[in-house]
Design a protein. Structure first.
Lengths: 253, 298
């Protein structure tokens, strides 16, 4: 693993939009290298969009975003994948070597071994040849975590990693997250289970399009902040005006 | 060559004599076998990308280009191929570009473009050609495969196999997990474009023998059938190639012995294999499902 020191992520007055609607509105701050941060907030608060932007998959509309793009591994929401695809678990995990092996180079024996070891590390020993279509949701999520292990990236972005998996799987995968944290990797995880966040995540960003609070978890997840987040996310203004103009210019337009 | 026989006819007469006797049949066979090696794996990727109908769209989309080539140079393989390649790429790439620019769905843009292309193509051809040429362009003529056409089919087939061997990993990744491919900066768009170029080229090669209406038969039917024989992308590709090779050979023989049109014969055999695969194929076939074998203990 390399580049841990450069693994910080800095947002400077960043705005992300779908069309012209803001998904993430004027957010500034920094995910420190080696930090373990939960991103929480209501549905539609821009959490996934923020992760995608950090991974370089969503363009910044305004403001700045500095992230070590070569060093990021993203776990998207699992529902986005075609689980009926005819591919074996081992083949999926071996894609984790992409950043080193590229499109053409044959995998070295050590790299294949690493993929097998990653599968056993997530508790799926003997599943190498199993087609992913035959796996349960939790097992498939374990396969994707094995791919993250193989990617060996200094920055790891997890989008709702424990959704629809049983508590045993969630506990196993959470143990992996803590292992990565112990290795000094920077980890951002979008989560909905606030109890889990309180117990396991030292820092939290509460997002409702605009950042409500960002800092140590206990200071962020207050009742007042959560109420504020709910209020903001429920507002949908059909006649929203252009942002960034002074108020008198807006009324004139 | 006595001994082996079927219904009193020696097998040699049934299976080999037509090719030994007629050069045009040999050329047709070589051309179709070349097609069968390259087009079915592309079909497998199309099926896996939920783009099964795209090949059909492209086969119609190449028509105005072919017609333009025909108007300029008559039934010349080179002119019609260049025209078809340009038109096919315009439809394939244009549909993606239009849907991205206007926010519509890509399949809607494809449908609109190909209907337009088909009407334009038929109109262009009708201005100059008689019904013989029109039917040649629409239905092809396996038995009219001349040397330039044969070289082109063999060339495109070799190129496709090389490209598939070279780009297998990115193609599978882009197909299975485009999000991961994008996050890993795997240049998914570039591979997708290369893939579309290969599809257009193979449709063009097939068009020489099978005509625009049947061109995708050898690409898609074996690919759809292969799902019932393979559990990996590679396995499906091998199965599809095998099915296509068998369909080419038996389709040609069928058409020779029963005096049927060749293109449709080949496609009909491939279709028969598909029906058989859906019924009896080991993966998700209907009959294996009906056989109630005892469930496993764990």
């Amino acid at each position: 693993m390399s580049g841990v020191d450069a693994a910080g992520i800095t947002l400077t007055d960043l705005t992300l939009t779908h069309g012209r609607r803001p998904a993430v509105h004027h957010i500034s701050g920094r995910f420190a290298p080696g930090s373990l941060t939960a991103i929480v907030g209501p549905n539609g608060a821009g959490k996934s969009t923020l992760l995608r932007a950090i991974a370089g998959l969503h363009p910044a509309r305004e403001g700045g975003l500095r992230a070590p793009r070569h060093a990021i591994a993203l776990l998207p929401q699992a529902a986005a994948l075609d689980r009926a695809f005819p591919i074996s678990c081992l083949d999926v995990v071996m894609f984790g070597h992409w950043s080193r092996a590229g499109a053409f180079r044959a995998l070295r024996p050590a790299e294949k071994r690493a993929a097998r070891e990653a599968l056993s590390a997530v508790g799926l020993e003997g599943f190498e040849g199993r087609p992913v279509g035959s796996l349960s949701t939790g097992q498939f999520q374990r396969v994707l975590f094995a791919r993250l292990l193989v990617q060996d990236a200094p920055v790891i972005l997890l989008d709702e990693p424990f959704n629809a998996v049983d508590s045993r799987t969630a506990a196993d995968l959470l143990a992996l997250v803590h292992r990565w944290h112990g290795e000094g990797r920077t980890i951002l995880a979008v989560l909905h289970d606030l109890e889990l966040v309180r117990q396991q995540f030292p820092r939290t960003l509460l997002l409702a399009r605009e950042p409500i609070a960002w800092g140590p978890t206990a200071e962020v997840l207050t009742a007042a902040n959560r109420l504020k987040a709910r209020m903001m996310s429920e507002g949908w203004d059909a006649d929203a005006e252009a942002c960034g103009l002074p108020p008198d210019a807006r009324s004139a337009a | 060559m006595s001994g082996l026989s079927l219904y009193g006819l020696p097998l040699y007469d049934l299976l080999w004599a037509p090719f030994a006797e007629f050069g045009f049949l040999r050329r047709a066979l070589v051309g179709c076998l070349a097609l069968s090696l390259a087009a079915p794996p592309l079909g497998v990727f199309l099926v896996l990308r939920r783009m099964s109908l795209t090949a059909d769209v492209l086969a119609h989309g190449i028509l105005p280009g072919i017609a333009a080539g025909f108007l300029v140079a008559g039934l010349s393989v080179t002119a019609m191929s260049v025209g078809g390649l340009v038109a096919g790429l315009v439809v394939a790439v244009g549909a993606g570009a239009i849907s991205r620019a206007t926010g519509g769905r890509e399949d809607a843009a494809l449908a609109a473009l190909y209907l337009l292309a088909l009407a334009l193509g038929v109109t262009l051809i009708s201005t100059r050609a008689g019904s013989v040429e029109l039917s040649h362009l629409l239905f092809g003529s396996v038995l009219g495969v001349d040397d330039p056409a044969l070289f082109m089919m063999a060339g495109i087939s070799s190129l496709t196999l090389l490209a598939l061997a070279f780009a297998w990993r990115p193609l599978v990744l882009e197909c299975f997990d485009p999000g991961f491919a994008a996050a890993a900066r795997a240049r998914g768009g570039l591979w997708h474009l290369l893939f579309l170029v290969l599809v257009v080229l193979n449709v063009l090669a097939a068009f020489q023998a099978l005509g625009t209406l049947m061109a995708v038969g050898l690409m898609m039917l074996p690919a759809v059938a292969s799902r019932h024989w393979g559990r990996s992308v590679g396995g499906m590709a091998y199965a599809a190639v095998g099915i296509a090779l068998a369909a080419s050979l038996s389709g040609l023989l069928l058409s020779y012995h029963l005096d049927l049109p060749t293109g449709p014969s080949i496609v009909l055999v491939a279709g028969g294999v598909w029906v058989l695969s859906a019924l009896a194929g080991p993966v998700d076939g209907i009959l294996p499902r009906l056989l109630r074998r005892p469930h496993l203990t764990g």
